[in-house]
Design a protein around this ligand. Structure first.
Ligand code: GAP
Length: 433
């Protein structure tokens, strides 16, 4: 099979309507992307699967949707105002800006290749700033949140009290985050606006190590259960000097991207850093009382990127193969992630086929995302559905008018079953649920 490159995936994403450059008609805004009709479905499905496994199926975790705009004190207490920085260097020759810690040669500009032209590193804060209200003064300054996690910590007591949660318990959140990255890139891998899926799991201090190990295993399993190849996944412990200011231990779930291993998700033991900081800065009591003693819970945090994970699922599902001497591109997405679950394909454009096929599609649509595809030859329509990952294609032909049966083609095996149209929903239900 041909090597999958970043271009292969980004071209497919653009061609089929998964992802578009933001503000494309104005020349494009770098490092922000719009999710098209198929991309938004894939992204929603990834988020729904995360929510299902983190919230719906767990008695010990509840959800939250906190505001993007938060009091400036939140980011002072969390340490982001002081420490959420990257070392920025600028090339005196071509003007390019780089993250110093990502340079292969710390003395050479990777854009123009000149040595000895890079400035001393300057710490650059990654938070986007804006102002609340009409006056652009310093005391109106607010940040767009750079992570969803802090919205959880500042609601710790609200959630514990209203949901009557007892340790260990978690609070999960999905939402947009913003970072003014110095070097965004690799398509949607590192962007300045992105979505995160984060869960803060509050535990007794003595149990933090155990829960850290538990969440490493759980999170790896989630990717594999949704069809990601185990060979393309690994856990990597952070070295001491890599740890964030709040972390006692962190491991990344890495994925083998076309450019090499890179982070999908970080799982951190944040200790009691955040709750203590917010208690101190706000004056509120954020301790937990278990009947015997009062203490600050420790926190284990699995923090994944929704947009980055969606991208990884897309890459992992991509395959090129040869079938009957013809090239075929197929997205072997897990059924639960596929944008469309089923496509209905009337064999010809004649009204006598289009109308009943339309009725079948309307019926299926009540249960699943269903595409009614009436253009081009049947072979090309199969190829198109393969390329966007639709698990089942249902063909309605002239014979269907007589025998009331349809042909269902399986994306992966390409095997075809002839079944009564009235049994179609049950047939798909058995295979899709
Ligand atoms: N609350 C901890 C935290 O935010 P992080 O490792 O900085 O940890 C968690 O971010 C995840 O968010 C990353 O593993 C990645 O998947 C995603 N992420 C972070 N920065 C991103 C960016 N600029 N573009 C896309 N995804 C990003």
């Amino acid at each position: 099979m041909a090597q999958i490159t970043l271009d292969t995936i980004s071209n497919l994403a653009k061609k089929r309507g998964f992802v578009f450059q933001s503000s494309e008609i104005y020349g494009g805004l770098r490092s922000a992307y719009d999710y098209g009709p198929l991309g938004v479905e894939l992204l929603r499905n990834v988020k729904a699967e995360w929510w299902r496994s983190m919230v719906q199926e767990r008695p010990d975790i509840v959800g939250l949707d906190s505001a993007i705009l938060q009091a400036r004190q939140v980011w002072r207490a969390s340490g982001h105002e002081q420490a959420f920085t990257d070392p920025l260097v600028e090339c005196g020759s071509c003007g390019a800006r780089h993250r110093q810690d990502r340079l292969d040669d710390p003395d050479r500009c990777p854009r123009c290749g000149k040595a000895g032209e890079l400035t001393e590193p300057r710490l650059f804060n990654l938070m986007f700033r804006t102002h609340m209200g009409p006056v652009e003064s310093d005391d109106q300054l607010v940040y767009l949140r750079p992570e969803t996690a802090q919205g959880i910590f500042i609601n710790f007591e609200n959630v514990r009290r209203t949901s009557r949660m007892k340790l260990p318990f978690g609070v999960a959140q999905i939402g947009k985050s913003f970072r003014n990255e110095i070097t965004p890139g690799q398509f949607v891998f590192r962007t300045r606006e992105f979505e995160q899926m984060e869960m803060e799991y509050f535990v007794r201090p003595s149990e933090a190590g155990e829960w850290f190990a538990y969440w490493l295993e759980e999170r790896m399993r989630w990717y594999i259960d949704l069809g990601m190849s185990a060979d393309n996944l690994r856990l990597r412990d952070h070295d001491e000097d890599e740890l964030s200011h709040y972390s006692a231990a962190t491991a990344d779930v890495d994925y083998r991207f076309p450019w090499g291993w890179d982070e999908l998700e970080g799982i951190a033991n944040r200790t009691d850093f955040d709750l203590k900081q917010h208690a101190e800065h706000s004056g509120e009591d954020l301790t937990y009382f278990d009947g015997d003693e009062r203490f600050f819970p420790h926190v284990i945090e699995p923090a994944a990127g929704a947009t980055r994970t969606t991208f990884a699922f897309l890459i992992d599902a991509y395959a090129e193969e040869t079938v009957n001497d013809e090239p075929r591109t197929v997205l072997r997405l897990h059924h639960r992630l596929a944008p469309y679950k089923v496509a209905v394909l009337p064999l010809s454009k004649k009204a006598e086929l289009i109308e009943p096929a339309g009725r079948i599609a309307a019926d299926l649509r009540r249960r699943w995302m269903t595409d009614l595809d009436t253009t081009q030859s049947i072979g090309r329509r199969y190829r198109r559905q393969d390329e966007i990952g639709t698990p089942f294609a249902v063909t309605f032909d002239f014979e269907s008018l007589n025998d009331g049966a349809v042909t269902v083609r399986d994306r992966d095996t390409m095997a075809q079953d002839r079944i009564p149209a009235e049994g179609l929903a049950a047939y798909l239900d058995e295979r899709l649920s």
